[in-house]
Every structure is written in structure tokens, then in C-alpha cells.
Ligand binder design. Structure first.
Ligand SMILES: [Zn+2]
Length: 299
């Protein structure tokens, strides 16, 4: 039975529908403690954060120093482990993204401090980055000497400029989703590859932690793409799914953070490792159940 509710000011960004089912009631555990809903569109079934912060207020939710993906410092033990894991992650992300392609032009949208983009550049790729955050962009420029611009630059690139476009845990943050996807379609070469990494609300750790699942990360994550929905959305842009792969470390990282939000102490950390491991085990057996997944698309 479908419980569809008309929510005040709710409109699906994907299909325009104004009714949706409330799936979860949750908080911004990371920064403000504010309450949000996860709503499933009654027509296209996309999960969205409700209410959506207004465009001019969204920067506020990223203001904290804690936003680890944009920080190049590795001070605490947690951050050190994260840094080490990230390095291991880079090569699997790289291999998945390029497959049998020779080095060409890559555009990394939402490149953060540029560490992943720099990995491509070191392998001989011509790299360009887009990053809306000033401090992360400046690190990418000063630390890695990368060509990184703010989002306004996207409109200036010529059609079909890039062999590979990557968005590593970025599309869920993009405010004007369809505008951005149309731009990506325009910028990608006919034989180009689009690579996305996204948290997966269908994973075991997502189901286990529910409203405390750290990868909901509301209101910074505006959408919560299931593998089925992202495949459908990209098909609207003529991009066909080629392959998916689980990002094995994300289940542990997200579970540890979820336990932190639950305030469950040392035993919670032990449980997080078990849940992370179990989530990975399930994704080995069942397709599209990884905590976070990479997706590769081509025209
Ligand atoms: Zn919809």
C-alpha cells in the first residue's frame, strides 16, 4: 500500500510530481541537528531530502572545518586511517573509470582538494577540476598545481571536450540536477565515459542504521539515488549503464560514522565493523547492494 502525502513546498526535482511518500524522519547529525524528511516521489520514486535548503543558504551547511572530504589535513587517528584507505581507494576508482582506455582528457566535477584528480594527472591524463568550495579549490591549485575552477567555468568548455567525466560522491549534492546532467552530456565525447560514485540507500548498512545512516547526510545530500533510479535518470540523457562496483571501504566508514551519531561508544565501533563487513558480504552475493557504488555509463 502506498502512502502518498501532499507535502508543503514539495516538488520532485526529477519529474515535477508534488506528492510523495515520507520514508524517514531524520536529523542533520553532522552539523545543525535540524529535522528533515526523506520523501519518495510517488511517480518516479526518487528519494529526496525535504525541505531542500534554498540555493543561497546551502553553503552554510558546508561551512564546518570537519567536512573531511574537503580537508587535506590528517590529524586524528580516524583521519589518518581515512587518508590511508583513500589512497588504496584511488587505484580501484582509477581502474574502474578508465577500464581499457588510454590517457586523455578528464573532467572531475566536485574534485574537492584534487587528490583523486591528481592521481589521473600522475598517470598522464590531462586533468581539469570543478570545485565550488573556495578552500578546497585553493588546496587543489596550491598543493597539486591542478587546473581547477568554480562551477561557472562549466558553461565555457567546448562541446565534447572530455574523454572521461567523474563525479565521486558529488551528484547527490548538485542543486540543479537536470541542468548539470545536460551540461555533462554536452561536454562528454561521443565515445566518452561518465563515472559516478553514490551512496546506496538499498545497502544493508542503510537499512540497518535507518535514520542514523551517515550517508543520508541531510541536507547536504539532496537526493538518495537507488541503483535502479540512477540507471533510469541517466538513460534519459542517452547514457547507458555499463558496469557497477561496490566501494568496499565505504560500508565501514559510513557504519563507524553512523555509530558516532548514535553515540554508542567503543562497542558501537565493533558493531560498525561487523555491519560494514556484512554489508560487503551481501553485496558480493546480491547485485546493487553495496554501501556505496561506482557506476560507469556510455552513450
Ligand atoms: Zn519524481
Amino acid at each position: 500500500m502506498e502512502h502518498t502525502t501532499l507535502l508543503k513546498d514539495y516538488q520532485c526535482i526529477n519529474c515535477g510530481m508534488q506528492t510523495g511518500e515520507m520514508v524517514l524522519n531524520l536529523k542533520d547529525h553532522y552539523l545543525t541537528g535540524e529535522d528533515y524528511l526523506i520523501v519518495r516521489c510517488s511517480k518516479c520514486h526518487l528519494l529526496q531530502t525535504h525541505p531542500r535548503p534554498s540555493y543561497d543558504k546551502i553553503g552554510f551547511y558546508y561551512a564546518s572545518e570537519k567536512y573531511i572530504s574537503h580537508s587535506a589535513k590528517h590529524e586524528s587517528l580516524f583521519s589518518k586511517v581515512y587518508g590511508l584507505v583513500q589512497t588504496i581507494n584511488f587505484s580501484s576508482k582509477y581502474r574502474f573509470a578508465i577500464r581499457d582506455r588510454r590517457a586523455g582528457a578528464i573532467l572531475d566535477i566536485g574534485c574537492g582538494n584534487g587528490a583523486m584528480l591528481n592521481h589521473f594527472v600522475k598517470k598522464g591524463w590531462s586533468g581539469t577540476g570543478i570545485e565550488p568550495g573556495d578552500s578546497a579549490r585553493n588546496i587543489a591549485k596550491s598543493e597539486y598545481k591542478l587546473n581547477v575552477f568554480d562551477e561557472t567555468k562549466l558553461a565555457e568548455f567546448e562541446d565534447k571536450s572530455f574523454d572521461v567525466i567523474t563525479l565521486w560522491h558529488v551528484l547527490e549534492h548538485v542543486y540543479n540536477l537536470h541542468e548539470r546532467l545536460a551540461e555533462i552530456k554536452r561536454l562528454l565525447k561521443s565515445d566518452g565515459t561518465l563515472v559516478l560514485a553514490l551512496p546506496n540507500p538499498r545497502s544493508f548498512d542503510a537499512q540497518f542504521y535507518g535514520a542514523h545512516w551517515a550517508a543520508y547526510d541531510v541536507p547536504r545530500h539532496l537526493y538518495h539515488f537507488t541503483p535502479e533510479i540512477i540507471e533510469k535518470i541517466m538513460l534519459d540523457y542517452g547514457l547507458k549503464l555499463q558496469d557497477t562496483r561496490t566501494l568496499w571501504f565505504d560500508s565501514y566508514y559510513v557504519s563507524l560514522l553512523s555509530e558516532e551519531y548514535l553515540g554508542s561508544g567503543f562497542l558501537g565501533k565493533i558493531r560498525a565493523i561487523m555491519i560494514g563487513g556484512y554489508s560487503n558480504l551481501i553485496s558480493l552475493v546480491k547485485r546493487n547492494r553495496g554501501s556505496s557504488q561506482m557506476y560507469r555509463f556510455k552513450f
